[in-house]
Design a protein around this ligand. Structure first.
Ligand SMILES: NC(=O)c1ccc[n+]([C@@H]2O[C@H](COP(=O)([O-])OP(=O)(O)OC[C@H]3O[C@@H](n4cnc5c(N)ncnc54)[C@H](OP(=O)(O)O)[C@@H]3O)[C@@H](O)[C@H]2O)c1
Length: 259
């Protein structure tokens, strides 16, 4: 299917690796110009070469913390008029509730709620004016089903979800959509780090912990960044203009809900 977005400009936050890169790769396949972001320049250079090889006409690197004012300024200096915005960021570390202090809670809310809202605030007016915009927030399955130890992440992302639900309604008449994609267990550095922490806590090997985690997933495997990216690119396509305010769960059936 031609997604009909060749030549559009996309800002993809936190995209040097993992799910962000998966989204950038799928948008590159669709012929978009892409601004990628992360803090490690080596990883960004590698990602940029990958995207260029896939056919992205222009790739711009913004090596900055996406949560900082300077980082956000740099993203929008690189691409003042994005047609597509994928908000993504690192997630808070796993931490027991008892170990959370005010600073850690505020940092998580800043990271996974306030930062995406700030990016949307910058992108939305121009999108509405131009009559096309696709915004996708990468959140988490923990918005729907809690994951013990990731309470800050769940709360911040649920806050973002509720916040943008109303924003999406106001943007719809301008052909601007806002949707969230909720990853379950996707095979990235983040998941590998969480599995290692779990293995250390339980005194088990990484292989055993990984196998136990996979066994609980109906699809019997972890998801890939590329299949996640393909879903994101569809939501960013011209065909998805009537899909807004939705939460797309990509979890291989793990949550087991009827609706
Ligand atoms: N993978 C899963 O199974 C899963 C499940 C649920 C939710 N999630 C959430 O989905 C998001 C993406 O996950 P992932 O698995 O792709 O993570 P990942 O493999 O750890 O990749 C994170 C990406 O974000 C960048 N990044 C992190 N902090 C940044 C910052 N402050 N400014 C700019 N870039 C930053 C990293 O690059 P640098 O380190 O170079 O900055 C990297 O490119 C995270 O919020 C994660 O919590 C993931």
């Amino acid at each position: 299917m031609d997604l009909n977005i060749a030549g559009k400009w996309a800002i993809v936050g936190a995209s040097s690796r993992g799910l962000g890169l998966g989204c950038a790769r799928a948008l590159a396949d669709a012929g978009c110009h892409i601004v990628i972001n992360g803090r490690n320049t080596g990883k960004l250079d590698e990602a940029a070469r990958d995207l260029q090889a896939r056919g992205a006409p222009q790739v711009i690197i913004v090596a900055q913390d996406i949560g900082s004012q300077a980082g956000q300024d740099a993203l929008f200096e690189a691409c003042p008029n994005p047609d597509i915005l994928v908000t993504n960021n690192g997630g808070p570390p796993m931490r027991p509730f008892e170990a959370l202090d005010r600073e850690a809670i505020l940092a998580g809310v800043q990271q996974n709620m306030i930062t995406p809202i700030e990016l949307i605030q910058r992108a939305l007016p121009g999108m509405k004016q131009r009559g096309f915009g696709r915004i996708v927030n990468i959140t988490s399955s923990s918005v729907l089903a809690p994951i013990p130890g990731l309470d800050v992440s769940s709360g911040a992302r649920a806050g973002l979800t509720a916040f943008v639900a109303g924003v999406a309604k106001n943007a719809a008449e301008y052909n601007v959509t806002i949707n969230n994609i909720l990853p379950g267990k996707m095979d990235t550095d983040r998941l590998r780090g969480n599995l290692q922490a779990q293995a250390d806590r339980m005194g088990k090997s990484l292989d055993e912990t990984r196998a136990g985690s996979i066994a609980a997933i109906p699809a019997k495997r972890f998801g890939t960044a590329d299949e996640f990216g393909a879903a994101c690119a569809f939501l960013c396509s011209s065909h998805a203009g009537y899909i807004t305010g939705q939460n797309l769960l990509i979890d291989g059936g793990l949550l087991g809900r009827a609706f």
